[in-house]
Design a binder for this molecule. Structure first.
Ligand code: SF4
Ligand code: SF4
Length: 144
């Protein structure tokens, strides 16, 4: 009989402790984000994927086609081409393709760029069943 009351007491104590935790959580503000209906604020340091930075003054990219980013990339994600054009000093960028499926987001390309022409976007909604969706033409994007 003593065992019965002991079990009853410890069971009730445990139930009350559990309910206290539930009630405390019930009264706290909701912290769950209803993604994707609600968007989350991400840190500016997030590494989404690469993009060419748009210069505010020239309204286009700052790439000088030096090729350092492509040479530094350990995964050969970057394929770019610059060419000489009449009347223009230096090379003009005519192609900048980036294969995100190979990219490890190491940041070497961003670090070596002498003109700060490259940056990581803060896009985090990157999902697709088609790998070609992750082949980006950065030159086309920046000039849009
Ligand atoms: S972040 Fe790294 S892996 Fe990705 S393109 Fe740049 S150098 Fe290549
Ligand atoms: S390192 Fe910078 S300037 Fe040189 S090709 Fe790459 S993006 Fe352009």
């Amino acid at each position: 009989m003593t065992g019965y009351f002991h079990d009853l007491f410890s069971g009730s104590k445990s139930l009350i402790a559990g309910m206290a935790v539930t009630f405390k959580a019930f009264c706290q503000p909701i912290v769950t984000t209803q993604y994707p209906r609600e968007k989350i604020d991400v840190t500016p340091n997030i590494r989404g994927r690469l993009e060419l930075v748009k210069d505010t003054e020239s309204a286009t990219h700052r790439c000088i086609s030096c090729g350092r980013c492509a040479r530094e990339c350990p995964s050969s994600c970057i394929d770019l081409k610059g060419e000489k054009q009449e009347g223009v000093k230096g090379k003009v960028l005519v192609r900048y393709e980036y294969n995100f499926t190979l990219c490890s987001l190491c940041g070497s390309c961003v670090d070596v760029c002498p003109t700060d022409a490259l940056a990581f976007s803060n896009a985090y909604e990157l999902a697709s069943f088609v790998k070609e969706d992750f082949h980006f033409n950065l030159l086309e994007e920046v000039d849009k």
